[in-house]
Ligand binder design. Structure first.
Ligand SMILES: *[C@@H]1O[C@H](CO)[C@@H](O)[C@H](O)[C@H]1NC(C)=O
Length: 222
């Protein structure tokens, strides 16, 4: 009796295992296939724009892509420049919009989620440096943090609304921007020294700036 229960358990376990490993292999095939065409996924968003069940991804191969969730097929793919101009530093997705800072903080771009077509592009600077973040504020404004300052653009046409500079002459790297109510908050850090927080209002006018000593911060801390 006991041995037949053990046998049954063993049978159930082994079929469960086969089932799981079968699914797993199936997924590996799909992911490998996709990886060959788009690269290794770095950022992933659920496409909020329509009920079509797609993912929006960016990859280590400077690719933006939209992927059908159920079958893994690529709806569209945008391959950016195959050099440091095309690196994707930061992206943000909201509704029909996908916006990003590229090329080491040099460009701010906006793509249409439906087709992957570029809506607009702004050149911020000509030299790449680290530190970028991007958000959409409300439903009409892009807030882009770059190594050269925080910029506000019209979400629809990319027209610049305002800009403020960041206190980074001492080497502080700003890599986070938060949008909260009518405030825009940029956060930076200098390894071994401090965290700096700059707050601005809805017109890009700095309202406060403070540095908090944080000697424990090293290059790896984020
Ligand atoms: C994957 O699914 C989408 C949406 O249902 C469909 O349009 C597309 O043709 C499918 N692709 C393949 C290769 O089956």
């Amino acid at each position: 009796m006991l041995s037949s229960i053990v046998k049954l358990l063993f049978f159930l376990l082994s079929t469960a295992f086969l089932h799981v490993s079968g699914l797993y292999e199936d997924q590996v095939g799909k992911f490998d296939w996709t990886q060959r065409y788009i690269g290794k996924i770095e950022k992933l968003y659920w496409d909020q724009s329509n009920p079509s069940k797609k993912l929006l991804v960016t990859t280590d191969k400077n690719v933006l892509a939209s992927i059908h969730v159920y079958n893994g097929s690529i709806a569209w793919r945008q391959i950016l420049e195959d050099n440091d101009r095309g690196t994707i530093d930061a992206v943000f997705h909201q509704d029909k919009y996908f916006v990003g800072v590229c090329g080491g903080g040099r460009y701010v771009r906006s793509w249409k989620v439906e087709t992957g077509a570029l809506s607009w592009e702004n050149t911020v600077h000509h030299i790449a440096r680290p530190g970028a973040d991007i958000k959409i504020k409300g439903n009409d404004q892009v807030i882009a943090l770059t190594p050269y300052g925080v910029y506000s653009y019209d979400l629809l046409n990319g027209k610049q609304k305002w800009k403020f500079s960041l206190p980074n002459s001492d080497g502080t790297v700003f890599d986070r921007v938060i949008v909260r109510g009518n405030e825009v908050i940029a956060i930076g850090h200098l390894p071994g020294a401090h965290v700096t927080i700059v707050k601005a209002n809805n017109e890009g006018v700095i309202s406060s700036q403070k540095s908090i000593p944080a000697a424990w911060i090293n290059k790896e801390t984020r």
